[in-house]
Write a new protein. Sequence first.
Lengths: 513, 301
Amino acid sequence: MKLTVWTYEGPPHVGAMRVATAMKGLHYVLHAPQGDTYADLLFTMIERRDHRPPVSYTTFQARDLGSDTATLFKESCKDAFDRFQPEAIIVGASCTAELIQDDPGGLSESMGLPVPVIPLELPSYQRKENFGASETFYEICRALSAPVERTPEITCNILGPTALGFRHRDDVVELSSILESLGIAVNVVAPLDATPADIQRLGVAHFNVMLYPETCETACRWLEREYKQPFTKTVPIGVGATRDFIAEVKAIAGLPDTVVDDSRLRLPWYSRSVDSTYLTGKRVFIFGDGTHAIAAARIAKEEMGFEVVGLGCYNREFARPVRACAKELGLEALITDDYLEVEAAIEALQPEMILGTQMERHIGKRLGIPCAVISAPVHVQDFPARFSPQVGWEGANVIFDTWVHPLVMGLEEHLLHMFREDFEFHDDAGASHHGSHTPAAQKRRVVEEKTDTPEPVIKDGVTWLAGAEKELRKIPFFVRGKARRNTEKFAVEQGVTSISIETLYEAKAHYAR
Amino acid sequence: MSPLDLDTPPVLPRGADGEGSVQVQLDPSMKIDTAKVFAVYGKGGIGKSTTSSNLSAAFSKLGHRVLQIGCDPKHDSTFTLTGRLVPTVIDTLKEVDFHSEELRPEDYVYEGFNGVKCVEAGGPPAGTGCGGYVVGQTVKLLKQHHLLDDTDVVIFDVLGDVVCGGFAAPLQHADRALIVTANDFDSIYAMNRIIQAVQAKSKNYNVRLAGCVANRSKDTDEVDRYCKTVGFNRLAHLPDLDAIRRSRLKKKTLFEMDPDEDIVAVQKEYMRLAEVLWNGTEPMAPESLPDREIFELLGFD
C-alpha cells in the first residue's frame, strides 16, 4: 500500500456502495467511523443522484472504542431495518472498521432479522473499489438467486452497471435497444435499478451479457457454473466490437446470421467526408480501466486510424488482457495505480492526444496535451443530461465526437497562438465585428512585452536565448515539447551551449533529414 | 511514534502453540468453512498421492464435488487425475510477478477424472523457501475465486517431511488427518512421528486424526499391533497390487483401469474408505510412543 494524494479507485467498501446505491430495496449497514461517511458525496455531488446512498453507517467515535462497538453495530442494523424496511441487507466493515474486527457478518446473523442478511468480506488493504463491487454483486447473486425455469422465448440479463459508473445508465438503454432489435428481451438489468426480487429470477434468462467485467465477471462465472447460463465476453464499445458482440449474441442465442441494422451509425459519414484524413496517424496515449482501455485501443487503431503510442490500465485484475493487447500493438503495457507514473510516461511519449480518465485529463492540462475521457474514475461532467452512451452504434457516434473535438480544438488553439502577434489579431485588437480596430492603450502593451520577454532558460548546461525561446513558441503546442527536446539534444551533440534561432533551425533541418 | 512498550510479552507454557512453534493463529478469513477437509500424510514414497487421487476419484463417484490440492514441490500429486503434470500455483504466480489479483481460476485449477478439481501448490526449489507459504497462497487464491464455496470435499496431499512448513500449513485447514503407512517398521515409525506432530497442532487447530490406511501391504499385523498399542484406528487396507503401480504408469486412477477381480476389489476398498470418511469418523487421540518403545514394540531392538 502507498500513500497518495489521488487514487483511481477507492477502497472496496466504496465498490459495495456502488452496488447498493444502484439497487432498489437493498440496504447496506456499514461498520465505519464518522469520517468514512464522506463517500455519500460521490453519489450526490458527482453523479447527482436524487437520494443519498442506502447506507447506514455505525459512525463509531473514539469514545465508542473504549466501550462496545459490537452493540453499536447491532443497534445500527436494527434501526436500519426498522426505518428502511429493505428486502435484503448487506453488512460489512469499512477499511477503518476492519481493524477493530467486530465481525459484522456474525453479529448480524445472530440478530435473526426477517430478511436475508448478506455478509461481505472485503480485504480493504489488499484490494480496491472494482473488486469490492464485483465481490458484493457476486455475494448478492449467490445469496438471493434461486433455481427457476427458463423463459420460453430467448431472454438475457444485462449485468455490471452500477452507480457512479462511466455512462452506465446510457449504456443500458443503448444495449437494450440493440438486443431488442435482435428479438431478445432483457429479463433483468443488475445491479442498476434491480431489486432483491429481480436478483432471485436471474436464472430465468438464457444467457448473461457481461457489460462491465470489472464489476460482474465473478458473478457471471458463478451463474455459468450454477445455472448453466453462458455469458458474452465482448464488450460492445466501438463499431468493430459492437459487430463482434452481435455475432457472439447470435451464436449463443442460436439466431440466424442475418444482416445487422447499423443505420444509426454515423461514423461512415465522417470517413467518407472530404477532409477525413487530417486526423489520421495522430499519436494517442490510452489509459483507463482494463475494459475501456482495450476498447479504446481497438477503436483508435482500427476505426480512427490513430497511432497508439502508449496503453495501460490501473486495475490489476485486467492487466493480462491489457498486456496482450499492448503486445499486439508493439507496446509495453503500463500497469500502475500511481498517477505520477502515468504522468511521467505521457511526458516522455509526448502524444498528440490522451484518451484517459479524469486523472489523465488533469495530467493533460498540466502538460498542455488535449485529452478525451474514456473511463472511470468519473467526474461530474461524465454525467451529462443528454444521451451519451459508450456502447453500441450511438456509443460509437458519441466516442467519435468526444475524441475528435479535442484535436479539432487543438488545431484551433494553434491557429490562435500563431496569429497571436499578428497586427490584426493580437490580444488587444478587439473583436473585428465591432468595427473598431484601434489598438488599445499602448502603455499596457509595453508592460506586457516586458514580462513577455523570456529570461534565458538554462537546462542541462544548454541556454535558450530569448529569440530562440520566442521562436519556439510559434511551434504548435502539441509538438513543442518534442521540438524543445530535439533541439537541446542536437545542441549537446554539436557542443553548442546556447541555443539561438539559427541553432533551432539547424536542429529542425537535422531531424528532417 | 508508537510509545515504548513496557509490557513484556506473555510467557506461554511450553508447547502451548504446538511443539516449539510460535506461529500466529490462522487468519479467520482463511478458514475453509463449507467443505470437509482431509489432509493425507505419510512417509515419503509410501503412496500418499496414489491414495489421495484414488480417494478423490472415489469421493467424486459418490457424487461429491472434490478438490485435491497437491502440496508437494514435486507437483505429481494429481497427475493420475489429470493425466499430466499441471503447472503449479507458484509457477503461475511467478508469471504475474505474484500479483495474484491478475489470475483467474483456470490458470491454476485443472479438471481431472470425473470432474475432480486439481491444484498443485508447487513449491520452492529443494532446500530453499517455505512450503507453508506456498500452501497458504494456494488456499488464499482458492478463497479469492470462491472455489471452496462450491466444493464438498477438499483433500490436501501433503509432503512427507515432518519438519517443513508445508507439512504444518494444511493442518490449519484440515478437519481430519489421514496417515498412509505400510506394514513395515520405517513407515510405522514415520506414522508415530506424524501422530506426534498432528497432536501438537490439534491443541490450536480443529484438526483431528481420522486413522490410517495400510497401503501396499499384504498383511496388516504390524500396523494393527501399533494401532492397538497407541489407540489408533486402521480405516482401510490396500494390497500390494501391480495394477496400482501400472495405473500410475498409465497416468490413470484405478477407476479407469480394466475391471479385473483385483482392481474391482481395490476400487471397492477406496469407495468404502470415502464413505467412512464422508460419514465422519470419531476424532482419535492416540498417544504417540517414545522412539525407544516403538523399537521394542515392533521387535527390531
